[in-house]
Write a protein that binds this ligand. Structure first.
Ligand code: PMP
Length: 363
């Protein structure tokens, strides 16, 4: 940790002292395309229903510790039982709990960078051994043969599908092979699955593999990033252990109420999800048409793009245009890369115009 005082450095565990905290690099701006949120916002009718549900909450009472009403709605949605669902304070907390339960000293995580860096941070925080199977440096596709070779000695495998920040997905048949090869737990992080093509989610494998865990969040497609609700689908004994390590009242009354409303109204998000998928392709084509800009195909609500002087472009977008995107140009394997969340049509037009101008000037 840069800047850690000598006093505290002497007191904390050595693996904590070497941690760099997750930094979303947020600064206020006019157009925020940096955090892969749903930029179209909550449908008005759903927001009104959430407001009405929040009015009915009792704040003097503790929330239902296991969020059972919400678990039942999620279970009905996914065709599983309450025992297959664990709710958490965002996907991030569930990931942390996953490491608390299945990681730690003597345990090994198989990680496939470049990917969501929180896995790396949590594994180090809890002293978990890391085995890396890097993605292809050009296409960012998984190295499945290497993963299948490493899987038999892994206690945990995490694959993000669609992958943040590269947009790749894993084929369902490959998830099945990993579940068979790994004696430990295989987590597929499907935080962005709603934006992917039909048939990409590996949810239907849950009935076949009791070591498969699927992570979902209400933060992305369902517009609740500010509220913090995520959930895990898994076999009941896996859910039991996640239940045992979690803090009891982690989803508060407002969060439970809001997520229950969203679960009931989930089909009201279909139109914007479809629009985001279409805008993703339009944005990709617009950016790819700029000289010097490379765009990878993506199944998420974001695009990974490479360009000359990416760090300078990112700073100028922020300072001159008040547009915020995420800079990955210093991350291993992502040199020259920015990650851009798909915005509304006007936001995307403004972004394409700004990048075209700035790239030409810095080239
Ligand atoms: N998984 C992935 C791949 C993500 O990108 C994110 C959010 N950045 C999360 C999980 C966690 O999201 P949240 O905590 O908002 O549910």
């Amino acid at each position: 940790m840069a800047g850690l005082s000598e006093r505290v450095r002497a007191l904390v565990r050595s693996d904590v002292a070497s941690l760099e905290p997750y930094d979303p690099n947020f600064t206020p701006c006019k157009i925020n395309l940096s955090a892969n949120e749903n930029t179209y916002g909550m449908p008005e009718a759903v927001r009104s229903a959430i407001d009405a549900a929040i009015v009915r909450t009792q704040t003097n009472r503790y929330p239902d510790p296991m969020s059972n009403d919400l678990r039942d709605k999620i279970a009905a949605w996914h065709g599983v039982r309450r025992e297959n669902v664990c709710v958490g304070n965002g996907g991030d907390e569930l990931l942390f709990n996953f490491f608390l339960a299945f990681g730690g000293p003597e345990k090994t995580l198989l990680d496939c960078p470049p990917t969501f860096t929180v896995y790396d941070i949590y594994s180090r925080m809890l002293g978990t051994r890391l085995v890396r199977c890097p993605r292809d440096p050009q296409t960012f596709e998984l190295d499945l043969p290497a993963m299948l070779e490493a899987a038999p000695t892994a206690d945990m495998v995490i694959v993000t599908s669609p992958n943040n920040p590269t947009g790749n997905v894993i084929a369902r048949a490959d998830v099945a092979r990993l579940c068979e090869a790994c004696p430990g737990i295989v987590m597929i992080d499907e935080a962005y699955t709603e934006f992917s093509d039909e048939g990409v989610s590996c949810e239907e494998l849950l009935g076949t593999y009791d070591n498969l865990v699927i992570l979902h969040t209400f933060s992305k497609a369902y517009c609740l990033a500010g509220v913090r609700v995520g959930y895990v689908l898994a076999a009941p004994d896996v859910i039991d252990v996640l239940g045992a390590v979690r803090q009891p009242y982690t989803a508060d009354v407002f969060a439970q109420a809001a997520a229950e409303v969203v679960a009931d109204h989930r089909h009201e998000f279909d139109a914007t999800i479809q629009q985001i998928r279409q805008e993703r392709e339009r944005l990709a084509a617009g950016l790819a048409a700029i000289d010097g800009v490379q765009v990878w195909p993506s199944q998420g609500n974001f695009l990974l793009v490479r360009m000359p002087e990416a760090g300078v472009v990112r700073a100028r977008l922020r300072d001159e245009r008040s547009i915020l995107v995420r800079d990955f140009s210093a991350a291993p394997g992502l040199e020259g890369c920015l990650r851009i969340t798909v915005g509304t049509p006007t936001e995307n037009d403004e972004l394409i115009d700004a990048i075209a101008t700035i790239v030409k000037e810095v080239a």
